[in-house]
Write a protein that binds this ligand. Sequence first.
Ligand SMILES: C[S@@+](CC[C@H](N)C(=O)[O-])C[C@H]1O[C@@H](n2cnc3c(N)ncnc32)[C@H](O)[C@@H]1O
Length: 177
Amino acid sequence: MDYYDRFEPSVFQRIVEIIGRPERVVEIGCGDCRLGNFIARTVGCTVMCIDTDTQGFTVGKRQSKKSAVAHLVRMIQHDAEDLTSLCPPKFDCCVSIYVLHELEHPVKVLTQVRKALKRNGKMVLVDFPKGSIAEQLYDEEYYSTRMMQSFLKRAGFKIITVEYFKKKQLALFLAST
Ligand SMILES: C[S@@+](CC[C@H](N)C(=O)[O-])C[C@H]1O[C@@H](n2cnc3c(N)ncnc32)[C@H](O)[C@@H]1O
């Protein structure tokens, strides 16, 4: 268990508080779908988990069954650069954690997300900010929060709030369409 795993439960809990009672959620870059499964279990809504890499799906599907949410969670191999085939119906909410820094074209993906969301739809974006401990832990470079905010704005989102966990080790953006 690493530094970030230890406080992930509180981050997930905060995400479900923020999203409220959506009916249809999409998770971008789901990996093993930990977040998608957690949302389905806690909120009881449907979650479409997408990732270009299916490696995490076996664990994710096992966890969905164990948590009795397999009927709510769908995992599909899909590139978030084009979400048109997933709609309609549009989503109430999109969540994404630890993914923004890996996207080749972040504004393109965020624009697709905005178009796939309903009016007043919510986007909850969580990532490691520049200067966080994650840079040394994972030997990666991250965007500044100012840059993340600018990506969301360029994609047409309205920024509602920015929150931090553990003294800026993780940033959470809530944006709306
Ligand atoms: C660091 S991993 C995080 C995975 C997961 N969210 C988690 O918390 O473990 C980033 C994920 O984003 C996915 N990804 C990167 N670019 C993507 C894209 N264009 N469309 C969908 N998924 C993408 C990667 O395949 C990878 O699984």
